[in-house]
Design a protein around this ligand. Structure first.
Ligand SMILES: [Zn+2]
Length: 242
C-alpha cells in the first residue's frame, strides 16, 4: 500500500510540474515578442508617421548618394571633399551625388513633398533653383532644390506639386545650370513660409526692413556662418533618405 501511495505522489507531483511548466511557457513565450515589438515601435515611431510617409526621395537610391556633404557639415576650402571649393560655412542642406555612369545621363529630380511651387529662378551658387512650399508636422517649410536645369522644369510658380512628381533634370556639371558646380542635387528644408523676406509683400518696420534687406534671399542660402542660423534649417535626410 505504501508503495502505491509513493508512486501516486510521484505521478501527481510530475503532472503538477508538467502543467505548471506548460502554463509558464504559455504566459512567457508569446509575451516576449509582443513586448519587444512594442518597445521597437516606441523607439522608431516618428512624431508624425503620416508626414514621414508623405515625403518621397528626390532621386532613386537617395541614401547611397549622400557621400560628400551631409546636412550641417562645416565646410572650408581646405577641408572640403569637393575641390576646388568656393564655399565656406555650415551646409544648410544635403547634397545628393550622381553615380559615375550618370554623368551624361538625364537625372530626373522628384518633388519630395506635396505643395506649391513658390520660386523658380537662376541664382548665384545654385544655377537653376526652385523652392516648394510644404508642411512638416503641420508647420510650413520651404524646400530648396539646387543645381537644376531650369529650362527642364515644366511647372510654374503657383502650380501644385505632388510628392514624387517629376520636377526636371539636374543641370550639367560645371555649367551655368549648376553655377559652375559639379552635377549634383542640393536639397534644403528651411523652417517657415518666407522665402525672400525683402521681396514679400508683408510690411515690416524700418529696423526690420534693414535686416531683411541685408539677408536678402537668406532662406535659400546653401551655407550659413553660425549654428544659430543653421537651426533655421532641418536635415532633409530624416525624411527623404530611404
Ligand atoms: Zn549643397
Amino acid at each position: 500500500m505504501k508503495k502505491i501511495y509513493i508512486i501516486l505522489i510521484i505521478i501527481v507531483v510530475g503532472v503538477v510540474f508538467l502543467l505548471s511548466n506548460l502554463l509558464l511557457n504559455k504566459n512567457t513565450m508569446p509575451d516576449l515578442p509582443v513586448s519587444t515589438t512594442e518597445k521597437q515601435e516606441v523607439i522608431s515611431k516618428p512624431e508624425n508617421i503620416q508626414n514621414e510617409k508623405s515625403f518621397q526621395p528626390p532621386l532613386d537610391r537617395a541614401s547611397e548618394r549622400v557621400t560628400k556633404k551631409p546636412f550641417g557639415v562645416f565646410i572650408t576650402p581646405q577641408n572640403s571633399p569637393v575641390q576646388p571649393e568656393n564655399f565656406s560655412g555650415y551646409h544648410t542642406g544635403t547634397d545628393f551625388e550622381i553615380f559615375p555612369e550618370e554623368m551624361n545621363v538625364d537625372i530626373y529630380v522628384h518633388a519630395v513633398c506635396s505643395g506649391k511651387l513658390a520660386m523658380k529662378k537662376m541664382a548665384t551658387g545654385y544655377g537653376g533653383v526652385i523652392v516648394e512650399s510644404c508642411k512638416l508636422d503641420g508647420e510650413p517649410i520651404t524646400v530648396v532644390y539646387g543645381h537644376l536645369k531650369l529650362s527642364s522644369i515644366a511647372k510654374n510658380i503657383g502650380d501644385d506639386l505632388q510628392a514624387g512628381d517629376t520636377l526636371g533634370i539636374l543641370g550639367a556639371g560645371y555649367s551655368t545650370e549648376t553655377s559652375g558646380e559639379r552635377k549634383h542635387l542640393h536639397l534644403g528644408f528651411h523652417k517657415g513660409a518666407e522665402i525672400n523676406p525683402a521681396l514679400s509683400s508683408k510690411s515690416t518696420n524700418s529696423s526690420n526692413s534693414t535686416t531683411t534687406f541685408g539677408n536678402f534671399g537668406t532662406s535659400i542660402l546653401g551655407y550659413v556662418q553660425s549654428q544659430s542660423e543653421l537651426s533655421g534649417w532641418i536635415d532633409p535626410c530624416f525624411f527623404v533618405c530611404k
